[in-house]
Design a protein around this ligand. Structure first.
Ligand SMILES: C[S@@+](CC[C@H](N)C(=O)[O-])C[C@H]1O[C@@H](n2cnc3c(N)ncnc32)[C@H](O)[C@@H]1O
Length: 427
């Protein structure tokens, strides 16, 4: 057996072995756990999450050295991953209580992927799941660990002279730094996207908080949400006065067609909801050279398909006020694209710090064209929805919001609640 100091210059385990099939099965199980995943409580809309178990495998695989006994290396690695037969037995037993018709023996003869389906994930169970592995792990690696952080620290010192540092500069939701920290590494994380930074912060400080802190945070969040709702209700901008609350506001960009002089909404598709069978219909108003936008519930697939094509197709704006003459204008023409030497420029006005809606003479205007409303079903179970065209009342409520934001934006920027800096060009 190699001595700890001899581990220093050995290649990493992951360069020689990685039980891909087993790790794939475990990763799939975690991905399919949906709301049961450790970090999904934060930002369930974040799509790029990697499974924590895969991160664990990569981090350990990169940290552990390869020895001259590959079979032993694999055995130890599988133990650390909770994939050895003894750990699997405990993982299965943890689930057995739920199923009265099977015994452990029936499960243990199944192929690995079937066992995983019936078992709990290692991270769902207490650390004691790994109690039986440390003696063997220590014997193989020359460590004195009784937990992952101890093993990781000791291996880090043996290999690099210090506790391992993991830096993830594209951290997204923070899965990698979260798992690395849980294993006991020192971690550094950053991301271009402020939401990603917030999710990563939340992974550490909310999901990673102890029970009492979590309860305290939950209480504070609830209080804050109630307070915000109260203020919104006081402004009267989110309800229609008839028991419905707005869920979604659909906006489009609108611009003047240089050929016809008509004001045209830019909507790539007029389908609003396939599921509910809702489409938008453009109704020409010749006297004012603009379109009303009706919201219509249709019955057939053919009607839905007919609405597929909107006013933006293949980089062009298309519209026909009379159904006969079709006007086409390239979006690049609308934007006023031109070349200044080698640089591509256009005639769009850059927004300034105080801008949050277009100015009246901007090329692209914004237009609210549909509101999805919701209310509790009369049965009390779940919500019902309605898509409606925009009314004068909606526009009045929108104006209230515009006035409110206009009156407060500078203060919010001052306090750092909302961004106020230009995103710089280039690297
Ligand atoms: C695929 S996601 C990472 C997912 C993450 N590993 C997880 O499990 O959630 C890639 C991330 O890289 C970030 N990114 C892209 N370009 C970047 C840059 N130049 N600097 C920093 N972050 C960047 C994106 O904002 C995105 O969050």
């Amino acid at each position: 057996m190699l001595k700890p100091f001899e581990w220093k210059d050995r290649p990493a385990l992951i360069e020689y072995l990685f039980p891909v099939q087993k790790i794939s099965v475990e990763s799939f199980k975690e991905q399919m756990a949906g709301a049961g995943k450790t970090l999904t409580a934060l930002g369930s809309y974040w799509k790029g999450r990697k499974p924590l178990i895969l991160n664990k495998a990569c981090i350990l695989g990169a940290l552990l050295p390869v020895s001259d006994d590959r079979l032993k290396d694999l055995e130890i690695f599988e133990m650390l991953m909770g994939m050895d037969s003894q750990t699997m037995q405990q993982r299965l037993e943890a689930n057995l209580a739920k199923s009265k018709h099977h015994t452990i023996g029936e499960y243990l003869i199944l192929p690995y992927n079937e066992q995983v389906k019936k078992a709990r994930r290692p991270e769902e169970l207490a650390e004691s799941l790994f109690n039986h592995i440390w003696e063997k792990v220590n014997k193989h690696l020359g460590t004195k660990a009784a937990s992952f952080p101890e093993l990781v620290e000791q291996m880090g010192i043996a290999r690099f002279g210090h506790r391992p540092k993991v830096a993830d500069v594209f951290c997204g939701s923070g899965q990698i730094p979260f798992e690395a920290a849980r294993l006991g590494c020192d971690v550094y994380a950053s991301d271009l996207n402020p939401i990603a930074c917030m999710l990563t912060w939340g992974a550490f400080n909310i999901v990673g908080a102890d029970k009492e802190k979590r309860a305290e945070i939950d209480k504070a969040q609830k209080k804050l949400a109630e307070q915000v709702q109260k203020e919104i209700d006081a402004l009267g901008v989110e309800t229609d006065g008839k028991g419905w609350r707005a869920k979604v506001y659909l906006y489009c960009v609108e611009t003047i067609c240089p050929e016809s002089g008509w004001k045209v909404p830019l909507i790539p598709t007029l389908i609003i909801s396939k599921g509910y069978g809702v489409i938008a219909r453009l109704v020409p108003v010749p006297g004012e050279k603009r379109y009303d936008i009706d919201i219509v519930y249709v019955k057939t697939d053919a009607e839905i398909n007919e609405a597929k094509t909107g006013t933006v197709q293949g980089g062009e704006m298309l519209h026909s006020p009379d159904g006969i003459t079709l006007y086409r204008t390239k979006i690049s023409t609308l934007r006023g694209d031109y070349k200044d030497g080698k640089e591509n420029k256009n005639r769009l006005r850059l927004w300034e710090k105080s801008d949050f809606i277009p100015r009246p003479d901007d090329i692209f205007q914004e237009r609210l064209y549909c509101v999805q409303w919701m209310r509790k079903k009369p049965s009390g179970k779940g919500d019902e929805y309605q898509f409606r065209a925009v009314t004068a009342d909606d526009l009045e409520r929108e104006q209230k919001v515009i006035d409110y934001v206009g009156a407060h934006l500078a203060e919010w920027q001052e306090k750092g609640y909302v961004p106020d800096m230009v995103i710089e060009r280039g690297y």
